[in-house]
Design a protein around this ligand. Structure first.
Ligand code: 5CA
Length: 439
């Protein structure tokens, strides 16, 4: 993509409404634009990152055996009356009346809707287990939307729902998601710590939140310092091996880690100075709630002997749009964003230091074509701006690699490449620079 043609409305100044760094940088890098409180448009650069994050989430869901579907954003109120949550949800739920005076709502979550789909279609124990997910916009009329996409009113969530015949199988479904979450966040370069958590309006008694430690986090969290050194980034397991899956979960949950609501001061005190009190960003939350929805909604199947079995359920959420902000909170410096390779909107930013100069244009144009041919996503700054402005833009938008072509390099047959994360620069002959970037 040529930057001269790309829609990248960057800001030079810090927007006054942004209180935290990720919000500031997302606005300055032209990733999002607020349309009303807590509701955002995703501009091309932000949209590319959102799609990358979504795709990692999708791949790890698929790997765990979950199946993707897509449910609507607008739901009928009557289903929520069946579960008893229509009144409980209060003002956070956006209620809508259609032209026939039917009560509808913009879904804040989907337990009722998915349970209705399963109860209407799954009739026999032979059809279970099932784990179904979608990646869809949610609406919660939060009292205080803030911090940009971190606490929005409209936000993108991956939510899935497991259906099992008994508690043991349901626990296995829960454990698989626990591991899928660790893998998902690790692939985004994040260390997400699973913590015992409160279940709030979703319900149930087994629940973990996945928290990224960051000073700007909204949750107060408590964690055993030893846990921070455990390698959560390289977990691999055969999902069908129940015992192996349980062992990974046990290994991760043997350390003390709890959110504020679940924190047990007495237990925490036993850790002495190993107890770390910090702030966290909740990027995922998983729940096991048994028959809380299947019983009132009558989601049952016939068992092997014709008996009626009420389904055991869990639900699992990842804040896809929140993650874009969380990744920036975890990875930035004074000059801007530092994208991990896996979620970067482009792999390489190519800077032509003297656009309009025939030799530079030819060299940069050819380098651009060769990178693209090798399958790299390249943002080519071909504008006639100053070198300083071009470098500032590249550092701000945080692409993992920068490649710089100028008159001196062209004369010497060299290209300078810079790794955004470390600032390390190398001046290499063109072919070597290309090989290094193609990796
Ligand atoms: N039904 C369950 C699991 S599918 C559920 O809704 N869980 S949740 O309420 O914990 O939300 C799941 C995830 O969505 C959270 O962990 C968080 O990362 C994200 N999330 C929740 N509220 C917001 C919000 N207002 N803005 C951005 N992300 C949010």
């Amino acid at each position: 993509m040529r930057l001269s043609q790309y829609f990248l409305p960057t800001l030079r100044e810090n927007p006054s409404e942004a209180q935290i760094v990720s919000h500031r940088l997302m606005l300055r890098a032209g990733m999002v634009r607020q349309s009303s409180a807590g509701i955002y448009s995703w501009l091309p650069l932000g949209h590319r990152v959102l799609k990358k994050v979504e795709q990692i989430v999708r791949e790890e869901q698929d790997r765990s055996g979950a199946q993707e579907l897509l449910m609507p954003t607008i739901q009928p109120a009557e289903l929520w009356r069946e579960s008893g949550r229509y009144d409980d949800y209060g003002k956070e739920m956006l209620r809508i009346t259609d032209r026939h005076e039917r009560e509808m709502l913009y879904g804040p979550t989907n337990e009722e809707l998915i349970t209705e789909i399963v109860r209407a279609t799954v009739k026999s124990y032979r059809d279970l287990p099932k784990n179904l997910y979608h990646i869809q916009w949610k609406f919660r009329d939060e009292v205080r939307p803030r911090f940009g996409v971190m606490r929005g009113r409209e936000f993108l969530m991956k939510d899935n729902y497991s259906f099992d015949l008994d508690a043991k199988a349901a626990r296995h479904s829960y454990n698989k998601m626990f591991i899928a979450y660790l893998r998902t966040f690790a692939r985004m370069g994040l260390k997400a710590i699973p913590m015992r958590a409160d279940t709030g309006p979703i319900g149930g008694d087994l629940s973990h939140e996945f928290q990224i430690l960051a000073d700007t986090g909204e949750s107060a969290v408590f964690v055993d310092k030893s846990f921070l050194d455990v390698d959560l980034l390289n977990i691999s397991v055969d999902y069908d091996d129940q015992a192996a899956v349980q062992k990974v979960v046990d290994d991760c949950t043997r350390f003390y880690a709890a959110t504020d609501e679940k924190h047990d001061a007495e237990q925490g005190a036993k850790l002495g100075d190993r107890l770390v009190s910090a702030r966290g960003i909740e990027v995922g939350h998983i729940f096991y709630f048994g028959t809380k929805y299947s019983a009132p909604l009558k989601a049952t199947v016939a068992g092997a002997n014709g008996e009626t079995i009420t389904l055991e359920m869990g639900s699992y959420g990842i804040g896809v749009s929140r993650l874009v902000g969380a990744i920036i909170e975890a990875s930035h410096d004074a000059n801007g964003i530092i994208w991990p390779d896996s979620v970067a909107p482009f792999d390489i930013g190519l800077v032509n230091l003297r656009s309009g100069d025939a030799k530079c244009d030819a060299a940069a144009g050819e380098f651009y074509a060769r990178l693209q041919k090798a399958g790299k996503a390249v943002l080519y700054d071909d504008r006639s701006e100053s070198a300083g402005a071009k470098f500032a833009t590249m550092d701000l938008i945080g692409l993992p690699w920068q490649a710089v072509i100028g008159p001196r390099g062209v004369a010497a047959g060299k290209v300078e490449i810079k790794r955004r994360a470390t600032g390390e620069k190398l001046e290499l002959p063109t072919d070597e620079a290309l090989a290094k970037l193609i990796g």
